[in-house]
Design a protein around this ligand. Structure first.
Ligand code: NAG
Length: 221
């Protein structure tokens, strides 16, 4: 029995035939169990090996397919990386407002501009890819002396529409600061900008108090 099984396994593993004395069981389908119970067991083992081969092959094919899909998604995520962050000024103290008109602000000191979505010339961030973005705006102002009159405020605009307007109008102290952070679904080409509405006043210096940032959390197309 053991010898038959061994021969049988060798038969399955090697592409050439053996010249052994004595009868070698034929492995014709169905016939073994009638003639010889040893070859019957061998045949069952071969069938089992075939079944396992098919099983592993199918599993491997499935894994390869899933790996390709995962790799494709990862490549897409890498290719669509987008993040920018900027502050109002490079070094010198700069103030905007209060004006009696609205004005788009341009954040000049760029910390990062991954994917080149932000333009320091216009102050506008254009979403390079559709996806869910995190947008953040921090506003700061300084009257120069306690009790000065001011309202630190600005507006976060998407396609020129107001999304959030952080505002701090306490007049008892010298400095005021306020922040907004939102997550939004943007389509490729949507624009994000910061507007200084009439009456708002912001100041900055080398401490980078006023920041405007946007980054892609994940792409959607
Ligand atoms: C394994 O699967 C591939 C793809 O379906 C097929 O081409 C190949 O012949 C299979 N191999 C075996 C040993 O079944």
């Amino acid at each position: 029995m053991r010898a038959i099984v061994l021969i049988c396994l060798l038969h399955a593993a090697l592409p050439f035939s053996w010249d052994l004395s004595g009868p070698i069981p034929t492995l014709g389908p169905g016939s073994e169990c009638v003639t010889d119970s040893g070859s019957c067991g061998c045949c069952t083992m071969l069938k089992e090996m075939d079944r396992l081969t098919t099983y592993f092959n199918t599993t491997l094919n499935t894994l390869e397919k899933e790996y390709e899909q995962t790799k494709h998604s990862l490549d897409k995520m890498k290719a669509s990386r987008s993040a920018f962050s900027a502050s109002l000024t490079n070094d010198k103290t700069i103030c905007h407002g209060p004006y009696n008109f609205a004005k788009l602000l341009s954040y000049k000191r760029v910390f990062i501009n991954l994917g080149n979505g932000y333009s320091a010339d216009t102050g506008v961030f254009t979403a390079p890819h559709s996806g869910v973005y995190s947008l953040a705006l921090t506003v700061y102002s300084d009257t120069g002396a306690p009790g000065g009159k001011m309202v630190a405020c600005a507006e976060l605009l998407v396609n020129s529409q107001l999304v959030a307007g952080p505002r701090e109008g306490n007049e008892r102290d010298q400095e005021d600061s306020t922040t907004t952070v939102v997550a939004l679904h943007l389509k490729a080409g949507d624009t994000v900008a910061v507007n200084l509405p009439s009456g708002c006043f912001i100041c900055d210096d080398s401490s980078q108090h006023n920041t405007f940032s946007a980054f892609l959390l994940y792409p959607t197309e």
